[in-house]
Design a protein around this ligand. Structure first.
Ligand code: PEP
Ligand code: MN
Length: 331
């Protein structure tokens, strides 16, 4: 695939005419302030000359926009002033599900004091069983909005249905795509068009190549604010809930310019494994952690086994800070 960048303030129509004359396929987008044309097959367009062309790159990967072959500098994603992908490792933490306003405000205040930059909480929950707690829905999003208004900390929450996009845009600062929707292409296009920062989880049956192509759907809509999140894959091992694939997270960091997050909670599936997985993630050089913390995990309505108490989380933060320092990062 060829990535053609257009000179600033130039009209791409002359280039597009030439691409059409050569019966090549193409898509046009605007990303990181640049007009970009992706065209293929390569041999139809590789010798294209036009005064409006700034650069033309041959990309071997099936995710040209997400690839470092085109953009070899780390993208920093801004969530309400929180920078993900800079030297500081960002922590997003909070309960698996939003259960009540009191629960969320209480935990958000404590987390903020401990240096957490983003609060998590699911309002629409992707549960395996239709009989399990499905989340508070729109009411949950409104609670999250009040958390932001009262505590002043941005919010990440999972969107499952493209029809909910306006509700999320009104209340939520970062849209989470869950593992089960990692290849829900209409949803990926919708969050791409929303322009909101996206936390894209890796599907537990997806390869790194597939995961990066999911990110490509969002980038192609002109939304470059994507953070990739590894959360464990399915393997033969059932002692843990999923197998945290740190190798894949490290590989992704080499292949893409987008920031990388690790969620140690869902692969652990049990409280006592969360801290070592989180420490390993920071040692491996990731940019963000997503950790489940609940004021009273025993009584949580979802993922009760794996959520940390605030005390456990507080101890973990201290250990994370020293690991971050030892690999040249802040936390
Ligand atoms: C979650 O973050 O609560 C969640 C449902 O995660 P995943 O999509 O990774 O299972
Ligand atoms: Mn959960």
């Amino acid at each position: 695939m060829m990535v053609i960048t257009v000179k600033d303030h130039h009209d791409p129509s002359g280039i597009i005419e030439k691409i059409k004359e050569r019966s090549a396929s193409y898509r046009v987008t605007k990303l990181y302030g640049k007009t970009i044309i992706i065209a293929w097959p390569d041999n139809h367009v590789e010798d294209l000359i036009d005064p409006s062309i700034e650069g033309i790159y041959r990309i071997k990967k099936p995710y040209p926009l997400a690839s470092r072959e085109w953009r070899n500098r780390d993208t920093v994603v801004d969530v309400e002033g929180v920078e993900i992908g800079s030297n500081k490792v960002v922590i997003a933490a909070g309960p698996c599900s939003v259960e009540s306003e009191e629960q969320m405000i209480e935990i958000a205040r404590k987390l903020k004091k401990l240096g957490v930059s983003i609060v998590r909480g699911g309002a629409f929950k992707p549960r395996t069983s239709p009989y399990s707690f499905q989340g508070l829905g729109e009411k949950g999003l409104k609670i999250l909005r009040r958390v932001y208004d009262e505590v002043g900390i941005p919010i990440v929450s999972e969107i499952m249905d493209p029809r909910d996009i306006n509700m999320f845009k009104e209340h939520i600062h970062m849209l989470q795509i869950g593992a089960r929707n990692s290849q829900n292409f209409p949803l990926l296009k919708e969050v791409g068009r929303s322009g909101k920062p996206v936390l894209l989880k890796r599907g537990f049956g997806n390869t790194v190549d597939e995961w990066l192509q999911s990110a490509e759907y969002i980038l192609l809509e002109g939304n470059g604010s994507v953070v990739l999140c590894e959360r464990g894959i399915r393997s033969f091992e059932h002692g843990t809930r999923f197998t945290l694939d740190i190798g894949a997270a490290v590989l992704a960091k080499k292949l893409t310019h987008l920031p990388i997050c690790i969620d140690p909670s869902h692969p652990a599936g049990r409280r006592d494994l969360v801290a070592p997985l989180a420490l390993a993630a920071v040692a491996a050089g990731i940019d963000m952690l997503l950790i489940e913390v609940h004021p009273n995990p025993e009584r949580a309505l979802s993922d009760s086994e794996q959520q940390l108490t605030i005390e456990e989380f507080s101890q973990l933060v201290e250990r994370l800070r020293s690991v971050a320092r030892s690999v040249g990062r802040d936390l």
